[in-house]
Design a protein around this ligand. Structure first.
Ligand SMILES: Nc1ncnc2c1ncn2[C@@H]1O[C@H](COP(=O)(O)OP(=O)(O)O)[C@@H](O)[C@H]1O
Ligand SMILES: [Mg+2]
Length: 319
């Protein structure tokens, strides 16, 4: 995968755009009455920032992404992208989901080309698609159809398709959630490479605390609005350290514990120090995953999530 040779298209939004959510709220009518999913969301994303959204299942993470892209509209408040409010679905935003949603009868190259803005000149569009296929490491597989490639490759094609329109804001809804653990780690690094090559503002929904802390400048913890806690945004955490970060760093372990506590997960196991013989969690780790460079990065002495805690998290924060 290379970051060179990327030619910018003559169409598209161009540079990263700031996003401002001002008192955003969304209430749905349900058979059992009105249900407020988002309340009083105040959040500003700087141009080019990566912000992770994390929170329990059903707390409104996907709904919030839909508000920013204007696939759905807020009942209350305002959303400004690049300082202006979109009248309809915002062409400056691109979305990628947990499922790649590729057209099965088209090649990867054709699927990526579907993301080009309408009216893109043929030669410029072809050059853009080639550059993106190269960026996500799919140039040799461009002629294959989705069923002929792995889940990780399909997801890379979906990412390239989202980037094809040169979005000012990239909205990612649990984009790596369906991938195996090792592919997921590789995709996280790919996202950082893509972000360096194609600087765009990224709002990433994830249920993986470690992923959020590895990728994001800030992590926003969302919760379901209640009478006691009426605002959706519960906490905003600045993540220290330049990317790529050391996944095993002690400061991230502290933030991980803080986020898990915010999610209502008992984290007392993560508080053990590395001198505590019971702190070793390797024996609880799944052994099926093949060893790779990421495993080495993860195998430091900093506390890791015990398997039991991960299981709790997976069930409590399931998709
Ligand atoms: N169009 C809709 N009509 C009614 N309820 C909806 C609609 N969209 C989402 N919801 C409800 O809003 C809640 C939050 O959904 P969602 O944003 O998908 O949660 P999350 O992504 O955090 O898991 C869920 O209870 C969901 O059923
Ligand atoms: Mg969701």
């Amino acid at each position: 995968m290379s970051l060179t040779g990327l030619s910018r298209p003559t169409t598209g939004a161009g540079a990263a755009l700031p996003v401002s959510l001002q008192g955003v709220g969304r209430t749905f009518a349900t058979p059992t009455g009105a249900r407020t999913v988002l309340a009083d969301v105040e959040l500003d994303l700087r141009a080019g920032e990566i912000v992770a959204l994390i929170g329990p299942s059903g707390c409104g993470k996907s709904t919030l992404l839909r508000q920013v892209s204007r696939l759905d509209n807020p009942d209350r408040g305002a959303i400004l992208v690049g300082g202006t409010s979109a009248g309809g679905v915002d062409p400056r935003c691109a979305v990628a989901f947990q499922e790649p949603r590729l057209l099965p009868w088209r090649t990867l190259r054709q699927n990526v080309a579907l993301g080009l803005p309408a009216g893109t000149a043929k030669a410029a569009g072809a050059a853009r698609v080639d550059a993106l296929l190269h960026l996500v490491g799919l140039e040799a597989s461009a002629g294959l159809r989705p069923r002929q490639v792995s889940g990780g490759m399909a997801q890379r094609a979906a990412l390239a398709r989202a980037l094809a329109r040169d979005p000012g804001v990239l909205l990612l809804d649990e984009p790596f959630g369906a991938l195996d653990a090792l592919t997921r780690l590789k995709m996280q690094d790919l996202l950082l490479e893509v972000h360096a090559a194609e600087p765009t503002t990224v709002l990433l929904v994830t249920h993986d605390v470690e992923e959020a802390l590895y990728l994001a400048d800030r992590v926003v913890l969302l919760g379901t609005p209640t009478a006691h806690d009426p605002r959706s945004v519960r906490r905003v955490i600045e993540v220290p350290g330049d990317r790529p970060r050391d996944r095993a760093s002690g400061s991230l372990a502290e933030l991980r514990a803080e986020l898990l506590e915010g999610l209502g997960v008992d984290t007392h196991h993560t508080r053990r120090t590395s001198t505590d013989p019971h702190a070793r969690t390797d024996q609880h780790e799944p052994t099926a995953a093949p060893a790779g460079p990421h495993d080495t990065a993860l195998a430091g002495s900093a506390p890791r999530l015990p398997h039991a805690t991960r299981s709790t998290l997976d069930s409590e924060i399931s998709r």
